[in-house]
Design a protein. Structure first.
Length: 102
């Protein structure tokens, strides 16, 4: 079963939705500077180890800087039975509000 890519306008309907986890795959420093609201940070380099804590019943939406890393990650986790989507164009294509950690 292939995973779907979604456009940045479409991610707005998933923000804060139950059983959806938006995951920022960038490094912690970039995440802290600005991320999509409700997104959690799991850097791509940590994903292999952290995936065991993710609920396979949830919809997981990955994004990165430009979209290529999230595509690779979504492909990998989809093979492991996770319900995946990837944000097309990454955070650079996103024009909505960003949350920041200080």
């Amino acid at each position: 079963m292939p995973f779907e890519t979604i456009r940045t306008n479409d991610i707005l309907k998933y923000i804060g939705k139950e059983n959806v986890m938006i995951i920022d795959l960038r490094d912690r420093e970039d995440y802290d500077k600005g991320h999509i609201p409700t997104a959690v940070n799991i850097p791509y380099d940590d994903l292999e180890e952290e995936k065991y804590y993710l609920d396979r019943n949830n919809l997981l939406i990955f994004y990165c800087d430009r979209g290529n890393v999230s595509l690779m990650a979504a492909r990998d986790l989809m093979k492991d039975g996770y319900n995946m989507k990837s944000l097309y164009g990454g955070i650079r294509a996103y024009r909505g509000k960003l949350d920041r950690n200080r």
